[in-house]
Unconditional design. Structure first.
Length: 470
């Protein structure tokens, strides 16, 4: 399984800001299940609460009542840099010359290590292993001589990589998306007030109206005077390089991401996959939940029966949270269990969205073989993942990737399947509307923003012992 990126939520000038942020994060829980946090602002200053775990575990009714204010910023997190610990939970809150600065970040900076070394040489003290803290240091240094928007613009000019930001200071809320637009950030309206979220499914829960995406390289500034849109420094790339894995795997199927309906994209991926390779089988079997939507398209195009012969236990946590491989494999068995009567003597085509490390698929195929499946064929609705991602996905070394280490026949043998076909890159791009606007680096190794040493824990030193301030 792949760790998702983080999820952001922000709302300006609403009497129930904290509660709305809670539900906005709840709708985006799939984007981060390690920690959650909300910071609000009123006339008395900022109020924050963060913790490890799921949104309902971190927040209670009494905690939400203790977060007054009409402006709120929220965050759910998986660790793509920085270890999974409470000190790395976001949003980050810093104080500089009496000013409270709140920052929430989704993404990954590829020059974080060199920027941190430069800042430490200038006397900066870091309290986390998170590249988001680098933004805070750059921002406060620029605030010495600039307004908040200009300081943020200058900070963004120093970093390279992927970032969506929500920044709150001095009753001003700013939403920023990096020039390549790697990750999604959407603008909506609730009772006429602006709301921001990584995915539009948050708007649906709140009955907010989706207005548009924050554009690559755009800053949307919201303050007491109203709203305005400005650009980051420098020319924009000729084309965005949005993360195709949002449409393949990360985003909820009911969301609009990069102005695309995720459900329809995944269904089209299944159609394209069936056009490329349809085996002679009795039925199509999705692995819930990520493979369901491409399997629907595959079955319809191939005119094959579609069976939900794998039953998911919805009360089991995500398997990759488990700390050991043996526990991961046990988690796979607990989470999804086949319907025995549907398996024995049958030729089955499994449709799933991706194979990254291969451990989950090996366990599932083994179970089908044990139950007497006559043939097991696998169809994957994206190309082979051969290269690490440096922009916010948790596969950061080629050694983790089965397609980088093994040829197709070797993968077939390792998985113990009768056949395997990955969707081609051309087929993947035919499944989306804006085919020239996506980052395909995990398939091709062609990185829009070059990265040197970008290990996941490259910023880790000692575990932090206290919060930071300026």
């Amino acid at each position: 399984m792949i760790r998702h990126e983080c999820g952001l939520f922000g709302i300006y000038d609403h009497e129930d800001a904290a509660r709305l942020a809670y539900f906005g994060l709840y709708a985006q829980q799939h984007r981060g299940q390690e920690s959650a946090g909300i910071v609000t602002l009123n006339a008395d200053g900022v109020h924050e609460h963060k913790g490890m775990g799921l949104v309902p575990d971190v927040f209670s009714e009494s905690i939400l009542r203790a977060l007054p204010g009409r402006i709120a910023v929220g965050h759910v997190r998986y660790s793509t840099t920085g270890r999974s610990s409470s000190c790395n939970a976001q949003p980050f809150l810093a104080r500089y010359k009496g000013r409270d600065i709140v920052l929430a970040h989704n993404g990954n900076l590829v020059n974080a290590a060199e920027l941190r070394a430069e800042l430490e040489n200038e006397g900066a003290i870091f309290s986390t292993g998170n590249d988001t803290e680098i933004f805070i240091h750059l921002l406060v240094r620029s605030l010495r001589r600039n307004s908040l928007p200009e300081a943020l613009r200058e900070a963004c000019s120093r970093v390279r990589g992927a970032y969506c930001l929500l920044v709150l200071a001095d009753s001003t809320l700013i939403a920023v998306r990096d020039p390549f637009g790697f990750h999604p950030l959407a603008l909506g309206r609730l009772d006429g007030r602006p709301v921001f979220a990584s995915e539009t499914c948050a708007f649906d829960l709140l009955e907010a109206e989706y207005e548009r995406s924050v554009e690559p390289g755009e800053m949307i500034i919201v303050d007491e005077k109203g709203e305005r849109s400005e650009q980051l420094r420098g020319p924009l790339p000729q084309k965005p390089r949005q993360c195709i894995f949002e449409l393949v795997y990360f985003a909820r199927p009911d969301s609009y991401v990069f102005n695309e309906q995720v459900y329809l994209c995944r269904k089209q991926m299944g159609w394209q996959l069936a056009h490329e390779s349809t085996p002679d089988v009795d039925f199509v079997l999705p692995f819930p939940d990520s493979g369901v939507y491409s399997a629907v398209g595959f079955a319809q195009c191939a005119e094959l029966p579609y069976e939900h012969a794998m039953i998911r236990n919805h009360y089991v946590g995500r398997t990759f949270i488990q700390p050991t491989q043996s526990m991961r494999n046990f988690g796979v068995r607990v989470k999804i269990n086949p319907v025995r009567a549907m398996i024995q003597g049958k030729k089955i085509c499994i449709v799933d969205d991706s194979i990254v490390r291969g451990t989950t698929m090996i366990t599932r195929v083994k179970k089908l073989r044990e139950l007497g499946a006559k043939e097991v064929h696998i169809r994957i609705s994206c190309p082979p993942v051969k290269y690490p991602c440096h922009y916010g996905i948790d596969f950061s070394s080629r050694g983790e990737l089965i397609a980088a280490q093994c040829s197709l026949p070797e993968i077939v043998s390792r998985l113990d399947v009768d056949s395997l076909h990955y969707l081609s890159i051309d087929g993947l791009l035919r499944s989306v509307m804006h085919s020239d606007s996506y980052c395909l680096a995990c398939f091709t190794g062609e990185y829009p923003v070059p990265c040197g040493e970008c290990g996941k824990y490259r910023l880790e030193g000692q575990q932090p012992i206290r919060a930071f301030c300026f």
